[in-house]
Design a protein around this ligand. Structure first.
Ligand SMILES: Nc1nc2c([nH]c(=O)n2[C@H]2C[C@H](O)[C@@H](COP(=O)(O)OP(=O)(O)OP(=O)(O)O)O2)c(=O)[nH]1
Length: 138
């Protein structure tokens, strides 16, 4: 069943970004080893921003402040992703951390602009990484 997923392009500094935090999935087996934006599915009754705050607490143990929406190509500004899901992506900055791979990930890595393609992203994330690079590191 297609779901709305929310995810974060976590930047070291929203005002003057130099690095993006990528997370390597540890589960399920079919996705393990691929890199992604931390986040997850919006649960019934949740609003998307609240869902992302919850996911980042659970997965990375961080608090965040929001930057801006990285608009996708769908009319509702979502990105088409894995298995027919759609995903809303925001830039965010960590306000309390440090980030740790507490749940769903086994490694985190800060990537500079010229390193963004150095990890194997989930296939659907590649155009999103490019959009973040254009919008943020331009
Ligand atoms: N979190 C996240 N999911 C992504 C990205 N790109 C992408 O195709 N996906 C897909 C993988 C999954 O099929 C789906 C998100 O599922 P998830 O497993 O992260 O969601 P969740 O934490 O709420 O877990 P669950 O309730 O399904 O157990 O979206 C991405 O950058 N981040």
């Amino acid at each position: 069943m297609p779901a709305l997923v929310v995810a974060a392009a976590i930047l070291d500094d929203l005002a003057a970004p130099t690095r993006l935090l990528a997370a390597r999935r540890s589960a399920p087996k079919t996705l393990a080893g691929a890199w992604e934006f931390a986040g997850g599915k919006v649960e019934p009754g949740e609003d998307p921003l609240g869902a992302l705050v919850r996911e980042l607490r659970e997965e990375l143990g961080v608090e965040i402040t929001f930057g801006s929406l990285v608009a996708g190509p769908n009319p509702d500004q979502t990105w088409p992703i894995h298995q027919g899901h759609t995903m809303l992506v925001w830039t965010v900055e960590i306000t309390a951390g440090p980030p740790a791979p507490l749940q769903d990930h086994d490694e985190l890595r800060w990537l500079e602009r010229d390193e963004l393609r150095s990890v194997p992203w989930l296939p659907a994330d590649v155009p999103i990484v490019d959009a973040v690079a254009d919008a943020v590191f331009a």
